[in-house]
Design a protein around this ligand. Structure first.
Ligand SMILES: NC(=O)C1=CN([C@@H]2O[C@H](COP(=O)(O)OP(=O)(O)OC[C@H]3O[C@@H](n4cnc5c(N)ncnc54)[C@H](OP(=O)(O)O)[C@@H]3O)[C@@H](O)[C@H]2O)[C@@H](O)CC1
Ligand SMILES: [K+]
Length: 477
């Protein structure tokens, strides 16, 4: 699991190391970590390779200059472009000059050509103190860097990203690699500008800073192994989790099949389908037990309601029934639209686990007063006010529990933005809820499995939401 921290917490963690090791030592370690990644990113003979280091007025620029000095020692041709020559980190600049690095002011002639002809560009414009949008001349330098064919390496954070929220306002350095120091900043989980994320501790340890807590997490494979153990020899269909699906309508029979497939392939003990599309569901998933209505379905340990359900009176009746049940309920798609029209339904579930899985348009319907610009804050605030776990879909899906626990999903590809993909996701999460995971764990793990299935389907060259089914499973140990 990746733990991420607020910028304020990072400062507290940093302070402990600063007091112990001193700033010069930390900067040297940071610079070494950056230089190493530039060398890794530049295969082949190194001497003469052209590196441009973009240098802002703070310590982020200092790190970048010291990295440039190290690259000079390896024989690379390094030019530093200073955005504020009179405020540049003096010690780092002296060291860079001592290694015969070339120094230019950002408004010098020839800077644009250097950037477009570079083999690697190091972004040391702004780091932890960034307050986007980038001002001139940083904005123009970042735009030019993004147009260059060079490998782009960001120091601590890609410039243009808000460290706390990951939001972007204006140009942002589109990094191939980001080398961050000490601990991951929350914004790095949310943004897609960071590229490959490498966290080098440089001697810092969050455990050293009293009172500092994790702000958000991102799951990794190891979390799934811990949270989703395979079935044991004493398990039966009941202990394996029983999930009920209320989805599909005459207009959208496919949603029922897609959602049920997501549930079946997440390997619960049993899947029940309740609704009018039992024939279509059973034709594809014979292992499912189908009934016409949820009240006649028999025992379940979690319900999924909504995909393709429609928004008529019948759909409303089904939603009302399911939300009245005492087991965890996942509300998706059409059922979210109904929920937006009848907020009392959610209020009536106080204390019973509920997961909402809106995309941004659905979110705006249910929570019209919440600003979506900062997706992390939006999901948290929706979870706190509704009492439900909120999974806000997007390129980086965010999951927030009512107590503020937050996960950001980092698996997946843009391939998942296809019709029916969300129906599969709700089936996956429903299965995980039925196995007894906490709602935020089920939602976070479901988003991870679904995203990874998207990556695998894309790698296999397969399209269509039903392709996800075959890639949800975990390989046998
Ligand atoms: N502390 C340590 O020991 C260690 C720290 N480390 C490194 O230090 C970095 C933090 O350094 P930092 O605090 O000096 O600030 P930094 O991020 O370089 O910003 C500089 C200045 O940029 C400006 N600026 C802000 N937004 C802007 C915008 N939109 N457009 C234009 N300008 C903007 C703003 O100036 P102002 O707005 O006040 O003029 C701000 O003061 C950290 O990320 C890591 O790399 C490591 O070496 C490990 C040890
Ligand atoms: K940076």
């Amino acid at each position: 699991m990746i733990h991420a921290y607020t910028a304020e917490s990072i400062r507290s963690i940093e302070q402990v190391s600063l007091d112990r090791d001193g700033q010069a030592t930390l900067m040297r370690r940071a610079a070494a970590a950056v230089a190493e990644q530039v060398l890794v990113a530049l295969p082949g003979p190194l001497p003469g390779r052209r590196v441009v280091v973009l240098v802002g007025p703070g310590n982020n620029g200092g790190d970048a200059l010291l990295a440039g000095a190290l690259l000079r020692r390896r024989g690379l041709a390094v030019t530093a472009v200073l955005t504020a020559p009179d405020r540049t980190h003096a010690v780092a600049l002296a060291e860079f000059r001592r290694r015969a690095g070339r120094v230019l002011a950002a408004d010098s002639r020839g800077v644009a050509g250097l950037i477009s002809g570079a083999d690697a560009i190091v972004d040391g414009l702004v780091g932890l103190s960034a307050r986007p949008p980038l001002r001139s001349p940083m904005d123009a330098l970042v735009t030019a860097a993004n147009e260059s064919a060079a490998v782009r390496v960001a120091v601590d954070l890609p410039s243009g990203v808000d460290p706390a929220t990951g939001t972007v306002d204006g140009p942002v350095f589109a990094a191939d690699v980001t080398v961050t120091f000490g601990a991951v900043k929350t914004g790095l989980l949310v943004t897609d500008a960071a590229g490959q994320l490498i966290c080098d501790p440089i001697g810092m340890d969050p455990a050293d800073a009293p009172g500092v807590g994790v702000d958000a997490v991102a799951l990794t494979e190891g979390d799934l192994d811990r949270w989703l153990p395979g079935p044991g020899t004493t398990d039966d269909k009941y202990s394996g989790g029983l999930v009920g699906i209320v989805a599909g309508s005459p207009g959208y029979p496919g949603a029922a099949v897609l959602c049920t497939g997501g549930a079946v392939r997440t390997r619960p003990g049993m899947v029940r389908y309740a609704g009018a599309q039992g024939g279509a569901v059973l034709a594809r998933w014979p292992e499912v037990v189908a009934s016409e209505t949820p009240d006649g379905a028999g025992r379940v340990q979690a319900w999924v309601v909504g995909p393709g359900l429609g928004t008529d009176d019948r759909a409303m009746e089904l939603l009302r029934f399911v939300l009245g049940e005492d087991v965890p309920v996942l509300v998706d798609a059409d059922a979210l639209t109904l929920l937006a029209q009848h907020p009392d339904l959610l209020a009536g579930r106080a204390g019973r686990p509920t997961v909402l899985t809106p995309h941004e348009r659905e979110f705006a319907r249910i929570f019209p007063e919440i600003d979506l610009a900062d997706r992390l804050r939006a999901a948290r605030s929706a979870a706190a006010t509704s009492g439900a776990t909120v999974l806000l879909k997007g390129h980086r899906t965010v999951v927030a529990a009512p107590d503020g626990t937050t996960a950001v999903n980092r698996s997946g590809s843009s391939w998942l933005a296809s019709a029916g993909s969300g129906d599969v996701l709700s089936g996956v999460i429903g299965s995980l809820l039925a196995t007894g995971l906490e709602p935020w764990q089920a939602a976070a793990a479901g988003a991870f499995l679904h995203g990874r299935a998207g990556e695998r389907a894309q790698a296999a060259g397969l399209a269509g939401a039903s392709a996800l089914w075959d890639f949800l499973g975990r390989p046998a140990a």
